[in-house]
Design a protein around this ligand. Structure first.
Ligand code: ZN
Ligand code: ZN
Length: 376
């Protein structure tokens, strides 16, 4: 079929993106699903900070590529051999679940799936196919998702069935932002009641960590960001207090409200200064949980004596560090129970022609999660 999609031909174009237009909105061809593939009508797709990093070229991608790595939609066609999904199912699109077959999946660590990693880097689906093209020239898939399009063909492992009564514009955020942030708190840190937490970077991922820490019973959740504008919502979603990252007294502020620092810091930015702050405000025996990726090849520093002598930990967490299928279904339940108001992370919706300008807005930090509605 022929459809509208947002194609990136080149990384590293300059800001403002509204002018350099890293995403070209154009008609592309999408081949229908063969065995082991599913056609989804994309109803909503979230614009994530990783999209910004990709556009900026911080981590290399196979181009040209149709963007978008989180979304939600409705199953329109299933290929042979797909039994778990049927036409009409509402699904969350996510690169977090694994193939179910490799060693990591066998160890119940599907977020580290080897097979998915290979196809992701190659720009194909898990089946090894490329379904996207323009004028006969192949176009790559982004993390096996490519949700910045009217339709997408995906493998069933990237689709998580959700109840039809959750709005798809909300469900769209689960595939990356929510599963990553909430999973960092539930799976990687395993926050327990009464523990203390700080979150550096209060975007969609950071606020998902805040909501999860609150559900887990954290007694203190300190929100840290460069922009004071982020604080009212952070407080509403579970932060007990907030402080600007530029405030020279951040360490003292944290010490004043905790017993020698927090048990867990969730560092969402991948920024050098933020990591230094994260390490400093972690108490003895506590852990920095690193979520933000930063640029490929970047090296960060930490005071090694404190790592050893104060038994502090540095731990990475990728795509929520757990089993995304079960996690996303559980987080949808939390949403329906009113305990995880993910809808509050949606700052607005957009059509294709506003995609590039919204990259600028995300870059400035003036929006949280903008949701693309490919069908208006
Ligand atoms: Zn993302
Ligand atoms: Zn696997």
């Amino acid at each position: 079929m022929r459809m509208l999609a947002a194609v990136m031909y080149q990384q590293g174009l300059p800001t403002p993106f509204a002018e350099s237009q890293p995403f070209k909105i154009e008609e592309v061809d999408l081949e229908g699903p063969v065995e082991g593939e599913v056609l989804v009508q994309v109803m909503a797709a979230g614009l994530c900070h990783s999209d910004l990093s990709q556009v900026a070229g911080l981590r290399k991608r196979a181009c040209p590529v149709v963007g978008g790595h989180e979304g939600a939609g409705i199953v329109r066609e299933v290929g042979r051999g797909v039994s778990r999904l049927k036409v009409g199912d509402h699904v969350v699109m996510s690169g977090a679940p694994g193939c179910g077959q490799c060693g990591y999946c066998g160890d119940d660590r599907p977020n580290l799936c080897e097979t998915v990693g290979v196809s992701r880097a190659a720009g194909t689906l898990g089946t090894g196919n490329r379904k996207l093209s323009r004028n006969g020239q192949p176009i790559n898939h982004y993390s096996g998702i490519s949700s910045f399009a009217e339709y997408a063909v995906l493998t069933p492992d990237t689709l998580i069935k959700v109840d039809n009564d959750i709005p798809l514009s909300v469900a769209a955020l689960y595939g990356c932002g929510v599963v990553t942030g909430a999973g960092a708190a539930f799976n990687t840190a395993r926050v327990r009641p009464g523990q203390t937490v700080a979150v550096i970077g209060l975007g969609g991922v950071g606020l998902s960590a805040v909501m999860a820490a609150k559900i887990a019973g954290a007694s203190e959740i300190i929100g840290i960001d460069l922009l004071d504008d982020k604080f009212p919502l952070a407080l509403e979603l579970g932060c007990t207090r907030t402080i600007n990252a530029r405030n020279p007294d951040v360490l003292q502020f944290v010490l004043d409200h905790t017993r020698g620092g927090v048990d867990y810091v969730f560092e969402v930015t991948g920024n050098k200064n933020a990591m230094a702050t994260a390490f400093a405000i972690t108490r003895k025996g506590g852990d920095v949980i690193c979520i933000g990726l930063g640029a490929a090849g970047a090296t960060l520093e930490y005071p090694h004596t404190n790592l050893v002598g104060m038994q502090k930990g540095l731990r990475g967490t990728f795509m929520g560090g757990g089993n995304a299928v079960g996690d996303i279904q559980r987080y949808v339940r939390f949403y329906k129970e009113g305990r995880m108001p993910v809808d509050k992370l949606v700052s607005g919706s957009m059509s294709f022609d506003q995609l590039n300008a919204n990259l600028d807005a995300l870059d400035r930090g003036s929006v949280l999660r903008q949701v693309l509605l490919p069908h208006g």
